[in-house]
Design a protein around this ligand. Structure first.
Ligand code: NZQ
Ligand code: ZN
Length: 384
């Protein structure tokens, strides 16, 4: 294992009725900006619960944060927050609202052009405090320090991370997920699954505890999927789904081990250029990436085949191919389409993505930094 330093300061309030505890968590004297998305919180009663819990507080609202939150929209919120001297942000929504709110939090005190936070990795020295009420289990944003923002005009989707944007607290009430459309439950299952794979499916690193934690989350997600996708939601099922997706990306399982993140790096380009849902891009890319990087990942692929999919028979080649196929079958069983052609994406887009990764200074992806433009082309061409 490699050295690591870990401090995750997020207080989790998990379970039914926890929104009612908001007043214990948000400072009484705060000037609060409540941020939300396209309005799902009005239809499912979450807005009402939040406002009830925060009676007597000074609150202004900023709605309309889109899925794949847009820089342009977030900068409007930054202007309002500055003008209103906001000193607490409460994000109520999925990963997009939470990520967007983290960006607002960092941008408000930032001196200079906040786009530099994303495009140049500009150092963040402070941020407005924030808390979250999570409504969609998927990204882990409720318990990590990452944020991904899209610049619509430049067609770029970029991430930043800073310890200043860890939420102070996150409320995880599984009942608020009951109103999710099946498409978003599927997205959450697949995004969480791939978060684990990015931290697990690399090269051996003598970290059996990390491996088993990762495998247990993968197996739990596979077990939960059929009931999670049924018309009528079940509390225990949603509770376990919510906690699994938080555990998948709160930083714990990736400590001290190599991380890949190439599937995400390539996937973000597909979203930037085509608006494909984040999780769907991952379901498209991962099977291709596993095949192209099969030699490097051989030992972990065989371990994954045995421990997650119970594959013990046949040659190594057969077991590896079978576990990649079962992974893709799992994604498809949620209703997600895993081929580029099924999303009307063709070679033009592949050429553009390859071009982006061929530019001087372009990031090289993967646990060994050896997934270059040529490999990215092989991966995407195999997914048409
Ligand atoms: O906008 P509203 O009206 O709230 O509707 C949303 C949105 O349309 C809806 N929704 C959310 N909760 C609901 C609900 N509908 C009914 N009932 C509920 N309880 O779902 C739609 C999608 O929401 P979104 O927040 O976009 O989804 P998700 O949580 O999957 O977030 C995706 C974003 O997170 C980023 C992705 O790149 C993408 O931009 N990620 C963030 C990460 C992080 N911060 O660590 C890591 C991830 O890898 C990912 O990159
Ligand atoms: Zn993701």
């Amino acid at each position: 294992m490699k050295n690591f330093i870990y401090q995750n300061p997020v207080k989790i309030l998990f379970g039914k009725g926890q929104i009612g505890r908001l007043q214990n968590e948000v400072p009484k004297e705060a000037r609060v900006m409540l941020t939300y998305g396209g309005g799902s919180i009005f239809k499912n009663g979450v807005y009402h619960q939040v406002i009830e819990a925060l009676k007597g507080y000074h609150i202004i609202e900023f709605g309309g944060i889109e899925p794949n939150p847009r820089f342009e929209t977030l900068m409007k919120a930054v202007a309002v927050a500055r003008a209103e001297n906001i000193d607490f942000l409460l994000a109520v929504g999925g990963g997009s609202v939470i990520d967007g709110t983290k960006f607002i939090a960092a941008a408000v005190p930032f001196e200079g052009d906040p786009w530099d936070i994303l495009s140049k990795g500009a150092r963040i020295k402070d941020a407005v405090k924030l808390g979250t009420v999570l409504t969609l289990p998927a990204t882990g944003s409720e318990m990590n320090s990452n944020s991904v923002v899209t610049n619509e005009r430049l067609q770029r989707k970029l991430a930043f991370a800073s310890p200043y944007v860890y939420p102070l607290f996150s409320i995880l009430d599984p009942e608020v997920t009951y109103s999710l459309p099946k498409r978003q439950v599927a997205n959450g299952l697949v995004d969480s699954f791939v978060h684990v794979m990015e931290q697990y499916m690399t090269i051996p690193s003598d970290a059996p505890l990390n491996d088993r934690l990762a495998e247990s989350i993968l197996k739990t997600l596979i077990e939960l999927a059929p009931d999670a996708l049924k018309e009528i939601p079940d509390y225990e099922n949603r509770a376990n789904l919510m906690w699994s997706s938080t555990m998948a990306l709160n930083g714990l399982i990736g400590l001290g081990v190599p991380n890949d993140w190439a599937t995400h790096g390539i996937g973000h380009e597909l979203t930037a250029l085509h608006g494909i849902d984040h999780a769907v891009t991952l379901a498209i890319v991962l099977p291709g990436l596993l095949r192209v990087m099969k030699e490097q990942k051989r030992i972990k692929l065989l371990q994954y085949a045995e421990r997650v999919w119970n594959l013990t028979e046949g040659s190594e080649e057969e077991r590896i191919e079978k576990c990649i196929q079962l992974t893709e079958d799992f994604f498809r069983s949620t209703g997600i389409l895993t081929r580029l052609s099924e999303h009307n994406v063709g070679f033009e887009t592949i050429d553009e993505i390859v071009k982006r990764f061929s530019l001087p200074g372009a990031r090289r992806l993967g646990e060994l930094g050896n997934i270059d433009a040529d490999k990215i082309k092989q991966i995407l061409v195999s997914r048409v």
